[in-house]
Design a protein around this ligand. Sequence first.
Ligand code: ADP
Length: 388
Amino acid sequence: MAEPVVLVINAGSSSLKYQLLEPVSGRSREGGIVEQIGEPSSPVADHDAALRCVFDRFAESGIDLKTCGLAAVGHRVVHGGTRFYRPTVVDDELVARLTELAPLAPLHNPPAMQGIEVARRMLPGVPHVAVFDTAFFHDLPVAAATYAIDQKLAEKWQIRRYGFHGMSHQYVSEQAAAFLGKPLTALNQIVLHLGNGSSASAIAGGRPVDTSMGLTPMEGLVMGTRSGDIDPGIVSYLWRTASMEVGEIESMLNHRSGVLGIAGERDFRRLRKMIESGDTAAQLAYDVFIHRLRKYIGAYLAVLGHTDVVSFTAGIGENAAAVRRDALSGMAGLGIKLDERRNTTAGTGARRISADDSPVTVLVVPTNEELAIARDCLIAIETRAHDG
Ligand code: ADP
């Protein structure tokens, strides 16, 4: 029998990433991104047009989505709130429930819901599955998930630390265990997902015990355009003193902060060139990024007591050897010793970059969120078949 294929859709506000893959072998048949959705002068007016564009691209490559043996369409949904964490087959009720969650993730959930709506209309004969970025962290220990604020308010408004990038943290920790030939349950791990959005997690025996993102994906590490941790007093200070509206402050913290806010550039490849040409703001942005990252590594070493593995993943984690070196330098006393030659040798799959005598193994593990979503889709379909 031919292997099932799954179409994975990751719809953001102005872009739609897609990939058609075989979840069992992991082979990707076709994938890409439609950008500038809804921007002035863009030919792609909305998510409807974006998905039509995806269909056209598949047709150009000789793939007819209606006849290619599609087993499911997987949709990445950033926020599942307190209620949704298992990959779930989409029906009208789920759409209604997820739409209610929009206030928890106003930047991320509405475009995903649009993607689901349009894709269900265009591919009505296949199950659509929602896969949640928050799922892996659903049962974070309560001490790690709780904000020290008025608990009545927290309960009423579902304020807790949810964590994001769950697919990546789970996938990378499983890959790291497989690479080392050890059971997941026997390992303590720190996973550093460093991309445009960045997050860290501490994982004990396959279960997350802490993660750096919180109620929203703004908390934690310094990111491309997001501030990560700040004193919450800054928000009220700007509101009161600079007369900024809350929406303006939120937009500033999401889109004009982080590395971009300090250096005027968010892309790490260009940031590196700026640093080499002597740009002091770029150097400062880099230093702040590294400082925060080191703080989280130290914190998670303490949370775990000891770690067996530290893994780097995503665009920066997989490619920027200098970031890996600077994040871990001077940590021999904590059991972490990089091998600089291994660190700077490019490679593709999972690879070890620590020295042979390093008590902690340091790995580069390429993430594959699309594959994780596709595999979750098969689980959701099987679960539904068993339940119903
Ligand atoms: P997203 O969160 O959008 O999925 P990615 O995981 O693709 O982001 O990461 C994007 C980041 O990775 C950018 O800052 C980019 O500059 C950085 N990056 C990609 N390739 C390299 C590279 N070869 N060297 C350094 N940084 C890189």
